[in-house]
Design a protein around this ligand. Structure first.
Ligand code: NAI
Ligand code: A1CAB
Length: 264
């Protein structure tokens, strides 16, 4: 399969890295005005780096638009004459609805909205997908691509905004929790590097426990909280300070913002 990525910034280059790691293409075109984030891949087999969006579209079956919401409209208009009925057009642009893409390239074109996160670069993305009517039958193919780069879930387009907050912005939310844990560990006397390692492996262990056991987080918490022990003391103080509440409020603020982006 010949894949093009237009826009190779933070997310586009992460997708490229994941695809290159899996060698899951017969050609990969990476197009950007500024290719500095992907120049490291210049010697990879079957990878072509270009400043020409047109060249990328003309030489691919699947085109992934990884542009900021304010740039995608202009680029779609630029390459619209080159998009054929055989292309599968994918967009990761947050808040940019399928109907807006259809308005530029036509509803007869196969369009899939893809919402991955930056963990796609190491094959650990949670990627949500939804398609227009014309692209529905290509969802299986899209799942095949993104399942190699993590886990996928097909959802209705109305839920893509929420998925953006939970899964894409979610990477930043979890990073901040790891960072805060590290700061706490330094205060308790660990060197910064040790603190980071302790926080990271514990976070990894917690996520792995849930994934592998299938148990509810509270069931795992019950196994840790010794009566009158230090864990429940810490947890209750965190909740008095609004830990769950502030996370939920942050998620809602993020969701409100993405809906503003959608309507702008
Ligand atoms: N960064 C993330 O974790 C995630 C981002 N997204 C969405 O992905 C999209 C891209 O985000 P980022 O990669 O963070 O942005 P970015 O700004 O890092 O990358 C965008 C790239 O597009 C390029 N570009 C701009 N105009 C162009 C043009 N006319 N032709 C070719 N290339 C052009 C820029 O040079 C830049 O490298 C956004 O819509 C964002 O909402 C979605 C999920 C996660
Ligand atoms: O912050 C943003 O708006 C984009 C969408 C999700 C991750 N980055």
């Amino acid at each position: 399969m010949k894949i093009a990525i237009i826009g190779t910034g933070n997310l586009g280059s992460s997708i490229a890295k994941g695809l290159i790691k899996n060698k899951s293409f017969s050609a990969l075109y990476l197009s950007d005005k500024n290719t500095s984030a992907v120049n490291q891949f210049v010697d990879e087999p079957y990878v072509k780096i270009t400043n020409s969006n047109a060249t990328a579209v003309e030489n691919s079956d699947v085109v992934i638009f990884a542009l900021q919401p304010r740039h995608i409209e202009g680029v779609l208009k630029e390459v619209e004459p080159l998009i054929t009925d055989d292309h599968v057009v994918m967009s990761v642009a947050a808040g940019f609805e399928i109907s807006r893409i259809e308005g530029i390239i036509g509803s007869d074109k196969q369009i899939i909205r893809v919402m991955p996160n930056t963990a796609i670069s190491i094959g650990k993305s949670m990627t949500c997908l939804s398609a227009n009517d014309s692209g529905e039958h290509k969802l299986g193919m899209a799942k095949d691509i993104f399942n190699q780069l993590g886990t996928t879930m097909v959802i209705p387009e109305e839920q893509i905004q929420a998925a953006t907050v939970i899964c894409a912005s979610g990477i930043a939310f979890w990073m901040r929790l790891v960072r805060a844990t590290t700061q706490g560990a330094i205060q308790l006397g660990f060197e910064a590097e040790e603190a980071h390692e302790l926080a990271l492996q514990t976070c990894y262990g917690a996520a792995s426990l849930l994934k592998e056991s299938g148990r509810h987080p509270e069931a795992e918490i019950d196994r840790v909280t010794t009566p009158s022990g230090c864990t429940i003391e810490g947890l209750n103080e965190m909740e008095h300070q609004g830990l769950s509440s502030s996370l939920i409020k942050g998620i809602n603020a993020s969701f409100e913002k993405i809906n503003q982006i959608k309507n702008s």
